[in-house]
Design a protein around this ligand. Structure first.
Ligand code: GLN
Length: 490
């Protein structure tokens, strides 16, 4: 049962061939078997999943089933869940139990899903390997002989979905945290248009960049999840007044008589990517050409400066957002000799090294001496990049580019902070511009590990983007079923 797509499971649930409780049990058993090894979840909620599933079965029985009724999912532990601890993978929030439900998790409740638990991540979503988690890193299920990263920051979600510990999961993408982990675990990871999915109740990292989105095994499943997550929310002032409709099937983009123009980013041509990525990328472009696409070169002149701009803007916003963790309101409190000492001790104890590094960088670039030379410059670069994307989309309908340079690296890779930051090269520009992007499995490297390619689209063309991604998924034909991944016999 764990090999089913969400789309197929819904058909079987509807026809009553399987029950939601059976489906939940299969996933709970899988979590019992592999949960500890993969460290995909920070908190599991099996009783809740079974109760949700039983309610879904009752609705199937009386004809009131909802759009994702009875589908077991994981929720990134950045989304506040009422009565269920929400940690952001930080010691600061180790024992924080929210009294409210985030908009995104509420939408999944309303859609009838069964909550399996809260998935692991980098502390406050800052990182690329999920190694900054206070609860230890999740593992990539594609290789069991050597521990590989499942990516970050949504690495618990990708580990869980790839290994069959959930049928789909939520993520958040501030600079690549959905797309990069999806690309190295053979999954589909969608960073929607900024403002399409509400951030309300999601622990803030960098508010002008944070984007909730879905992680699933197929493009169709991701489209379904996105249609649930999208929509205006009065509680988020940056929420767009745009809804997405999805009738269960993504229509093809090729063969409709309408020309399809694919843009390739000129500036990415000189970047270092693995020979596997190059081969797979070229093969998928060739497939698109055969399907009728016209391939054009486009230019985003400042795209290689996106990293520098991002690593100024994101820490700046983080230093402001994380000021609230002072031991006074909620979360950890370590008493000191006076108020200031309590602040210091609480923050010194509650935050890990990477978070502290970001807070120091953020405070520095916002200081009066640095504001103009760093923060304002970064904001200008951001504007140039956003404008360049707009111009590029006059020449093409979609941009195709790698999601990362290569396959999953060993978890114990000894990288410097700057080397980690550099891994975001292919993803951060889309966050700065606010445009949607998806990583879709594009092929397997020689070592048998998956690689993802990105489709980028104009703002709010999220569903068209997924229609294109669906073609790439078909061309690539990567078998990413969980039993294959964990090396079990079917
Ligand atoms: N790797 C990037 C960072 O560390 C992106 C994180 C994210 O998207 N949440 O900031």
């Amino acid at each position: 049962m764990i090999n089913l797509t969400i789309t197929d499971a819904l058909k079987k649930l509807k026809s009553r061939e399987i029950s939601a409780v059976e489906l939940a049990r299969a996933h709970i058993a899988r979590i019992e078997k592999y949960g500890a090894e993969l460290n995909a979840y920070i908190t599991t909620t099996p009783e809740r999943a079974l109760a949700d599933a039983a309610a879904a079965d009752a609705r199937y029985a009386n004809g009131t089933a909802r759009v994702m009724d009875g589908i077991p999912i994981g929720m990134k532990d950045l989304f506040a869940t009422r009565g269920i601890r929400t940690t952001a993978a930080s010691r600061m929030l180790e024992n924080f139990v929210p009294e409210y439900e985030s908009t995104i998790s509420q939408k999944f409740i309303d859609a009838g899903t069964a909550l399996l638990g809260k998935t692991n991540l980098d502390e406050f979503a800052m990182g690329t390997f999920s190694k900054t988690s206070y609860f230890g890193a999740p593992i990539n299920p594609w290789q069991r002989t050597r521990k590989l990263t499942a990516g970050g920051s949504s690495g618990g979600s990708t580990s869980a979905v790839a290994a069959g510990l959930a049928m789909g999961a939520t993520g958040t993408d501030t600079g690549g945290s959905i797309r990069f982990p999806a690309s190295i675990t053979g999954l589909v990871g969608v960073k929607p248009t900024y403002g399409l999915c509400s951030r309300w109740g999601c622990v803030a990292f960098a508010s002008s960049l944070d984007t909730p989105g879905p992680i699933a095994r197929t493009v169709n499943d991701a489209a379904l999840m996105l249609s649930i997550m999208a929509g205006h929310d009065d509680k988020d002032s940056t929420s767009a007044n745009v809804n997405i409709t999805f009738d269960g099937e993504l229509r093809p983009i090729f063969g409709t008589g309408k020309p399809v123009r694919i843009g390739i980013v000129k500036e990415f041509a000189d970047t270092q990517i693995s020979s596997d990525m190059k081969r797979i990328f070229d093969a998928r472009i060739a497939d698109m050409k055969s399907a009728g696409a016209e391939v054009v070169e486009i230019s985003i002149p400042n795209i290689l400066d996106a990293l520098a701009a991002y690593y100024i803007i994101a820490p700046a916003e983080a230093s402001s957002n994380l000021a609230r963790y002072d031991g006074m309101r909620y979360g950890l409190r370590v008493d000191g000799s006076d108020l200031i000492d309590t602040y210091k001790k609480t923050r010194a104890c509650g935050f890990g090294d990477e978070v502290k590094r970001r807070l120091v960088i953020g405070a520095a670039v916002l200081s009066s001496e640095s504001y103009d030379v760093y923060f304002m410059q970064a904001a200008r670069v951001r504007r140039l990049i956003a404008d360049a994307f707009n111009s590029a989309f006059q020449k093409c309908d979609f941009i195709i580019c790698p999601a990362g340079a290569g396959t999953a690296l060993p978890l114990d890779s000894d990288l410097s902070p700057l080397e980690y930051y550099a891994l975001d090269l292919f993803t951060v520009a889309m966050n700065l511009a606010g445009v949607p992007a998806v990583s879709v499995p594009a092929g397997l490297a020689e070592n048998g590990l998956p690689l993802g390619v990105q489709v980028v689209a104009p703002r709010f063309a999220d569903m068209e983007m997924l229609r294109m991604a669906r073609h790439i998924e078909e061309f690539a034909g990567v078998d990413n079923r969980p039993t294959v991944i964990m090396g079990e016999k079917r």
